[in-house]
Design a protein around this ligand. Sequence first.
Ligand code: 6PG
Length: 236
Amino acid sequence: MTETRVVPDPATECAELLADAVASGGHIALTGGGTPRACYRQLAGMDLDWSGVTAWFGDERCVPPDHEDSNYRMAAEALLNSLPSESDGGPAVHRIPGERGPNAGAEDYERELRETLGEEMPRLDLVLLGLGPDAHVASLFPGQHTLRVQDRLAVGVEEAGFAPYVPRVSLTLPVINNARSVVFLIAGEEKSDAVARAFGGGPSEDAPGSLVRPQSGDLTILLDPAAASRLSSPPA
Ligand code: 6PG
């Protein structure tokens, strides 16, 4: 099922959706960038039982976890630091070790996914994603070979296609598209062209967002009116 929701405040919708996922428990992959911060802050203010949640990340920049560009740091400051630790009923958190560099970081993260979820293709319960102005998702950038990787759960990205220009580690498309639910949170006019290319046409490596189509899961696209302004025909 695909649902496109254009709402004035997608961060609030997203927080509500994540709150439901938290209440159900399971494996949730968080996203980085700046857009989810408001959503994470709202989620942090909710009275939720996180004990059944395992938190993952969709991608990471290859910087230490306390660096200002770290996706983990953003999520920790906005959300994770306000939650109890795992031993006190909080979530298990698996951050991507970006400081290990793109290739070792991807290998470590893939190993952690397999140790936790088994050798089969992992089926995450919810993968939250943003969309870059160039239509990248996680750290899968337009035209890069990482879009074609089928046999890995995580890949090292030597050259970022978008700022900050540091190497990255990213989940691969097979993992993203095997999730039970994929949720995009996108806001702002500067994303409107990317939104139209990711969701208004066919699949293209020029717009990685167009390659995110869960095989047997739900796709929810949360947009504010500015981000949706060039989208004429949302995916069915
Ligand atoms: C990253 C991301 C990336 C992000 C988009 C949107 O590490 O850069 O996870 O895919 O979600 O670039 O980012 P903004 O919300 O900052 O526009």
